[in-house]
Design a protein around this ligand. Structure first.
Ligand code: FES
Length: 165
């Protein structure tokens, strides 16, 4: 099935089986291997990408459903030579060990921090201790869809806390 996917601002024409997930289209058809496959069942968050600015598990959605959407992957952030502020914070706070979950953590945190900048919806902001800045526990709750088997959670939360605001 002819499908046009826009990933990191670049449109690409693909010929995909309609059963191919967005994750497999990225990794196997576009050879963008930054997005990782952990569980392939929507449980670990390693495959998190942004679709129109919102984070999703790319293993749980079909690529052909995303024609006309803006898909952003970890490759849209900084580079090894020039990491963006969130990536720098992950490095300086030891926000990873093996690094396998890191792309998903980064994309999830990117969306979360963007949501904070836009302003939380009232039902969310009313529940926050300080609406402008998330507490450690609030970051943990909002990042709970991204698992880290090495359990680098304290560094991950510290990196996100350092980047917010
Ligand atoms: Fe998609 Fe685990 S690989 S949630």
């Amino acid at each position: 099935m002819k499908t046009e996917l826009t990933v990191n601002g670049v449109s690409r024409d693909l010929d995909l089986d309609p059963r191919v997930t967005l994750l497999d289209a990225l990794r196997h058809h576009l050879h963008m291997t930054g997005t990782k496959k952990g569980c392939d069942h929507g449980q670990c968050g390693a495959c998190t990408v942004l679709v129109n600015g919102r984070r999703i598990n790319s293993c749980l959605t079909l690529a052909v459903m995303h024609e006309g959407d803006q898909v952003e992957t970890v490759e849209s952030l900084g580079s090894p030579e020039a990491p963006n502020p969130l990536q720098e914070a992950f490095i300086s706070c030891d926000g990873f060990q093996c690094g396998y979950c890191t792309p998903g953590q980064l994309m999830s945190a990117t969306a979360m921090l963007e949501e904070a900048k836009e302003g939380w919806p009232s039902h969310v902001s009313e529940s926050l201790s300080n609406p402008g800045t998330l507490s450690d526990a609030e970051i943990a709750e909002r990042m709970s869809g991204n698992l880290c088997r090495c359990s680098a959670y304290p560094g991950i939360r510290q990196a996100i806390a350092r980047t917010q605001g």
